[in-house]
Design a protein around this ligand. Structure first.
Ligand SMILES: Cc1cc2nc3c(=O)[nH]c(=O)nc-3n(C[C@H](O)[C@H](O)[C@H](O)COP(=O)(O)O)c2cc1C
Length: 376
């Protein structure tokens, strides 16, 4: 994979898949637009890795051959643009209660506001490990070794389908934002899991490292990225520094060729983009992980440039990439950015707020000049 710049498309749940999780033409159009600058890295919507990992309607899935085949137009479009796709794989924090699984309309009411970042930098609608908007949608279930093995199997199966059938360039394993792996790593399950997976940090990180081991065995270390969020609201409940240093040391020792570590920063900007300089960041981890490092969270072009220059990182953009299909071109040419519309982030299956953000006139003119015979 040869990236031509340091801007990365952050993974974003957008609910534009079919009710039963198949990728749509709309998604192909979105990723075609966003990957228009050659050498761009797209990290996909968080994608359900198995039956027990998911449940939300309109969220993409990749655990059957059919799901994976539905991704092919997206991958092909991105590759035609000479860009790359890493598919983010996640399980939700637990298994969804049957009453929600059987009544997707009920689930929609609460799930569709599950934004990991609200204007205060806290996860919107997710107040604790157990609830979404104050409602506990997950089964109270002890996670046994057998369950853990099933989850690992799901990750491996999804990673294999993503790379071998959907032809993604790799997968990103999602430990961030309080989802299942994060719960284990941060001790969020209390005594509700097998004793070998709780308590001391070696135990808490065991599941995540086993997933990494199994997935890298299956598709190779170079095709696997890993996302963490040491400062997510859940993480504030515990001191995560020691835990994440341990994780980075183990990853460096056991998976030195991993594609990248992707770390979410505490948010540096409040709404209105008033800059707040923060000494608190994830860069301490670069002492323990020397490979490619992606930083994400609250960047604008100026602060992104600083991080890239001073820390040698790649920088993932979320909301600005939603609103700017030609974000890379705009940043490179110092052009103003389209504002994003938060109310349309999660509108299921809608074109609005998804593929209707305009390209800059400058980009359109430049690409037309490069293709003078287009349309003849
Ligand atoms: C609409 C939306 C959906 C998101 N979905 C995911 C997701 O599926 N997986 C994930 O790891 N992060 C998700 N995030 C977090 C982003 O990847 C990113 O870390 C966050 O938006 C901060 O970056 P920004 O300030 O550039 O927007 C989402 C963010 C937004 C705005």
């Amino acid at each position: 994979m040869l990236l031509r710049h340091r801007i990365v498309h952050a993974p974003m749940t957008r609910l534009r898949a079919t009710d039963d999780g198949f990728v749509t033409k709309l998604m192909t159009e979105y990723y075609t637009q966003r990957s228009c600058i050659p050498g761009s890295l797209m990290i996909s919507d968080a994608t359900f890795a198995g039956e027990k990992s998911g449940g939300y309607p309109n969220n993409p899935r990749c655990f059957t051959e059919e799901h994976a085949k539905a991704w092919i137009p997206v991958t092909n479009a991105i590759h035609r643009n000479k860009s790359y796709l890493f598919m983010q794989l996640w399980p939700l924090p637990g298994e969804i209660k049957d009453e929600y699984r059987e009544d997707p309309e009920k689930l929609k009411e609460i799930a569709y506001n599950d934004c990991p970042m609200d204007p205060l930098g806290l996860p919107a609608g997710v107040e604790s490990f157990d609830t979404v908007q104050g409602i506990n949608i997950y089964k109270k279930k002890y996670v046994s070794k057998t369950d853990i093995q099933e989850y690992i199997h799901d990750f491996v199966n999804a990673a294999s389908l993503a790379t071998h059938v959907a032809k993604a360039d790799g997968v990103e394993l999602h430990q961030a934002n309080g989802f299942l792996l994060d719960r284990f790593v941060l001790g969020g399950l209390g005594d509700q899991c097998d004793p070998d997976y709780r308590g001391p940090l070696e135990n808490r990180c065991r599941f995540a490292l086993e997933v990494l081991e199994a997935v890298t065995q299956e598709i190779g270390q170079e095709r696997v990225g890993y996302r963490i969020s040491p400062y997510s609201a859940w993480a504030l409940q515990t001191d995560t520094r020691e835990t994440h240093i341990y994780l980075m040391k183990e990853i460096s020792k056991r998976f030195p060729k991993l594609a990248y570590i992707h770390a979410i920063e505490p948010r540096q900007y409040w709404s209105g983009h008033k800059r707040i300089k923060s000494e608190v960041n994830t860069f301490y981890l670069q002492k323990y992980w020397k490979g490619p490092f992606i930083t994400a969270g609250g960047y604008d072009p100026e602060s992104a440039m600083e991080a890239a220059d001073e820390r040698g990182t790649l920088v993932a953009f979320g909301r600005q990439y939603i609103a700017n299909p030609d974000l890379v071109y705009r940043v490179h040419n110092n052009l103003p950015l389209n504002p994003y519309k938060r109310s349309e982030f999660y509108t299921p299956k809608s074109t609005l707020g998804y593929i209707d953000y305009p390209f800059s006139q400058e980009y359109l003119t430049a690409t037309k000049e490069r293709q003078p015979n287009e349309g003849k």
